[in-house]
Design a binder for this molecule. Sequence first.
Ligand code: AMP
Ligand code: MG
Length: 273
Amino acid sequence: MTWRKQLQVRPGADFRLADVDTGGTPGWKKSRKSEAEERLHENVAALAGLEYKLYAENRRALLVVLQGMDASGKDGLVRTVFSGLNPQGCRVTSFKAPSVEELAHDFLWRIHKALPPQGGIGVFNRSHYEDVLVVRVHDLAPKAVWKARYATINDFERLLTESGVTVLKFFLHIGRNEQKRRLLARLDDPNRNWKASEADFVERARWNDYMKAYQDALTRCSTPCAPWYVIPSDHKWYRSLAVSEILRETMEEMRLKFPPPLADIAALRRKIK
Ligand code: AMP
Ligand code: MG
């Protein structure tokens, strides 16, 4: 089975987030962890080559959406999987609580501005999904407002795919105990103290509400053109491997090719002095 098939929330199918084992490593034996690290390096190198072709072709784009609870590994994933890419063709945007200006617009305004242009890769560290997650959990908007957003998001993502943007959405799924371990590590390690924030502990207290909100976002917005992938993320090596495999599979399937030369290469060769 391909990585995509295995980890995808199948559109329209019965899916229960609660059934996913966050410590699982589907498709890869835990005893083969060191080989997973080698494979990850191979994938990172392959992605660099694919990115180069995407950039040269200059027609299509790739959007990678990362969601997950605090300490689920979104930042770590950006470092490990996207580290080999050429910064010229890739842009990472981290979405925080909206500014006053952003709040004065519709919720997709800031998202639209951050989309990758043709030839580019955009990585969203958090995304428009916060508007049906944190907003729902903390009642930041009336229910009627956030409920209408699932359909708006599906329409928006369809617009993107119709415009040549391949949309990949990853939910980095950690267990509650694993989150506790990682948050405590931030308190214990002086080099990680800077990452500790009061907000993480406030959000953690609402764990079950978040899982309900994720359950709905994952099922309502996993569409054939923009499916969700749920990545068991208690093991960092597996999380990075799985995401890199899905990225590689997807980009290979795009059949990216260098465009034909614009110039008459033979004539240019004759001309050069
Ligand atoms: P971090 O990713 O740890 O830097 O935290 C960013 C914070 O911004 C998280 O607590 C998010 O829930 C919050 N955030 C992101 N988007 C929104 C949004 N649309 N509305 C409210 N809070 C948001
Ligand atoms: Mg955080």
